[in-house]
Write a protein that binds this ligand. Sequence first.
Ligand SMILES: O=C(O)[C@H](O)[C@@H](O)[C@H](O)[C@H](O)COP(=O)(O)O
Length: 241
Amino acid sequence: MSAGAEVLVERDADSLAGAVADQLVSTLAALQAQGHIPSVVLTGGTIADKVHREVAERSGDRVDWSRVELFWGDERFVAADSSDRNEGQARRALLDHVDVDPARVHAMGADDGSGGLDAAADAYADVVRDRVFDIVMLGVGPDGHVASLFPGKPSLSVLDRDTIAEADSPKPPPARISLSFAALNRGREIWLLVSGDGKADAVARALRDGDLTETPAAGVRGTEQTLWMLDEGAASRLPPT
Ligand SMILES: O=C(O)[C@H](O)[C@@H](O)[C@H](O)[C@H](O)COP(=O)(O)O
């Protein structure tokens, strides 16, 4: 198993989302109790959406959302009002229901007809420059992708820039912006959130220290913790412990 990775298994997607939400709320509350302004990287996808909804339900007054810095690990490069945007998904499920400070919500650029994909990726590199994230949450695709870092793509070897532009994503929509491994791996805690047996092979490959070109999820590592939070389906190909 991948060195330093921890694995937590919940029964199904709902209990996984609840467990992740509880852990996020308590981690943010603990960081704020130390006087720190936590930074969190959000992602898109179905399990992220469930997690965001649970966090909105469970955080109550334990987290001061106006003192949390929010970033995205990747974004679909579509019009700002497209329902495809990861930003819009997170807003509808979580950010619209808690008291965030708009100045601390750092969304990636949208396709507004001005600068284009490369310029939007470069602009976000300026936003995250030198930033150390407290918590990076990532979904994992059945092909082992994380954020918008897909198997076999040149973006996997980008280590000298914090963002990449992906013009030909195998998961629609095709145009995306993503943090690179260089930026993601500045995360103190990286949480990989995975549900369903369709992802069990990718999870098993990543945790066996698979090749990141084939399984990008194998390439993320938090500086303090790499935590795989799975449901039983996603964990079903792991060796028995
Ligand atoms: O924009 C996106 O699509 C993502 O950020 C992507 O990396 C996602 O997190 C995974 O594909 C898992 O998505 P699911 O949970 O829907 O399988």
